[in-house]
Write a protein that binds this ligand. Structure first.
Ligand SMILES: *Cc1c(COP(=O)(O)O)cnc(C)c1O
Length: 448
């Protein structure tokens, strides 16, 4: 069938934008560590008649009729997640990672309770209690950080937990390149009587494949998105471990009630089916090889970047992600780096670094990850090539420095952006990127 033939027929505008987006994905090097290329089986389930159904409630306990097949789909998704992660209880209904985390809060905390999480500027997620998120406003949020070297500061975590006696502690990050210290957190949470929740959104695919330690023996609750290293549809899962049930036998029912009717209405049954498919795929030997290669690629990219003089936070990586600290070029340089690399078809995001000398809006680092390019089939030799593209671009813009005043900054960045159109190095790298990506076809059967 022709790609998007009905969309094309019904809505030319959306069709042409979607076509452009497909071309963009095909011809760029996707280094955003939270992104991936899901499979066509997953996309078929997402774009299916399952979206027509309402099924508020849980299997066997629905508020609407006609759910006999939906029940089986949800039960399969649950049993596959239980087996794959080795947990006692699973809820597959959260709409995405952020609502899943809010559902965890509301299952074990009341507004005003003390909670603890890793601060956004040191790699944590918004929903771990950052002040611009509802989670930082509804709860008394205590935030821990990282050392100047970029490692989670366990002594600080212990001290803050003892001083503040949080009800819930989060471990898990969006920008952290080393193994998560589950065991140490478990001891701290136990000593102050807190629930411990691991948010493994970024690393769940690595955990399944055994290339990152599993939090299961150490934590009470686990959340994960399903669309990052797990490579499924946009969605999320909440899990309760044996440890969690020993701590609080009501935890499974608290979580379920918090998801529905606490936070959500009808589950997205098309996504539930797609999650079940992704979990089946993730239990295959091919997926294990994929996840191993993700880490090998990240290490190869890190080594190549360091060899070319780029400063990396913690001088390497244990997972799928790399954080480059560009403050030695100039503080706030992440802004220029992201824009220039984007222009060459290398997509990543600017990021704060430990001891940030600029600001969260104008950070000094860039964050990169290998899940998406590994899904395309790229290996270590391509990582070397990509590292050299990155350093060529960075060196072509290295004279840029952020002005101090806000107004001057805006004008400076606007001029910088215009200047990129005449940057010969970017043009050259763009061609190399197009040639490289063409060797790793993406969704080749989507034609029109
Ligand atoms: C991506 C992410 C989330 C949020 O997921 P959304 O689906 O974007 O709401 C939560 N926690 C962590 C650690 C994440 O990386």
């Amino acid at each position: 069938m022709e790609y998007l033939s009905e969309v094309k027929e019904q809505d030319e505008e959306i069709f042409s934008l979607m076509k452009n987006e497909l071309d963009r994905q095909r011809s760029s090097i996707e280094l955003i560590p939270s992104e991936n290329f899901t499979t066509e089986a997953v996309m078929q389930a997402m774009g299916s008649i399952l979206t027509n159904k309402y099924s508020e409630g849980y299997p066997g306990k629905r508020y609407y009729g006609g759910n006999e097949f939906i029940d089986e789909i949800e039960k399969l998704a649950i049993s596959r997640a239980k087996a794959l992660f080795n947990v006692e209880h699973v809820n597959v209904q959260p709409y995405s990672g952020s609502p899943a985390n809010m559902e965890v809060y509301l299952s074990v905390c009341s507004p005003g309770d003390v909670i603890m999480g890793q601060s956004l500027t040191s790699g944590g997620h918004l929903t771990h209690g950052w002040n611009s998120s509802a989670t930082g406003q509804l709860f008394k949020s205590v935030q821990y950080g990282v050392t100047d070297e970029g490692y989670i500061n366990i002594d600080e975590v212990r001290k803050l937990a003892e001083q503040n006696k949080p009800k819930l502690i989060w471990i898990g990050s969006t920008a952290y390149v080393r193994k998560l210290p589950f065991k140490e957190f478990s001891e701290i949470a136990h000593s102050v009587g807190a629930y411990l929740a691991a948010d493994i959104s970024h690393i769940s695919g690595l955990v399944i494949a055994g290339v990152h330690e599993s939090p299961v023996p150490y934590v009470d609750i686990i959340t994960t998105t399903t669309h990052k290293t797990l490579r499924g549809p946009r969605g999320a899962i909440i899990m309760v471990t044996k440890k969690g049930i020993e701590k609080d036998p009501d935890l499974p029912s608290k979580i379920d009630k918090s998801v529905f009717p606490g936070m959500q209405g009808g589950p997205h049954d098309h996504i539930t089916a797609a999650i079940a498919i992704a979990l089946k795929q993730a239990s295959s030997p091919e997926f294990v090889s994929y996840a191993k290669q993700v880490v090998l690629n990240a290490k190869a990219l890190a080594t190549a970047l360091m060899e070319q003089g780029i400063n990396l936070v913690t001088k390497g990586t244990d997972n799928h992600m790399i954080l480059a600290d560009l403050s030695d070029i100039s503080p706030g340089f992440g802004v220029f780096a992201q824009e220039a690399l984007d222009k060459a078809g290398i997509t990543l995001n600017k990021n704060t670094v430990p001891g940030e000398r600029s600001s969260p809006f104008y950070p000094s680092g860039i964050r990169m990850g290998t899940p998406a390019i590994t899904s395309r089939g790229m290996k270590e030799s391509e990582m070397k090539e990509i590292a050299s593209y990155i350093t060529q671009i960075l060196s072509s813009i290295k004279e840029n420095k952020l002005p101090q005043s806000k107004e001057e900054r805006l004008t400076y960045i606007k001029n910088f952006r215009e200047g990129l159109n005449h940057n010969e190095q970017i043009k050259k790298v763009r061609e190399n990127v197009i040639n490289l990506t063409a060797k790793f076809p993406l969704y080749p059967e989507m034609k029109n």
